[in-house]
Design a protein. Structure first.
Length: 66
């Protein structure tokens, strides 16, 4: 998956469909940049605040900052 396909902006529909950021536990705000990130703490990718993750070029995906 391309880096740009792993980035988006939080929409009203998105905010209403999730409980909060799994990385930092804060709520999302409409218009905020979010990325699809991976962590050893959970299975699969989850949407997190862009500042809670970094892009891992070796794996071609965002990883949650630990």
């Amino acid at each position: 998956m391309k880096k740009s396909e792993q980035e988006t902006i939080a929409s009203r529909e998105f905010i209403n469909s999730v409980e909060g950021c799994p990385a930092c536990k804060r709520s999302f705000t409409m218009g905020e940049p979010i990325v699809l990130a991976f962590s050893p703490s959970w299975e699969g990718g989850k949407w997190v605040h862009a500042d809670d993750a970094r892009f891992d070029r070796e794996h071609g995906e965002y990883r949650v900052k630990e």
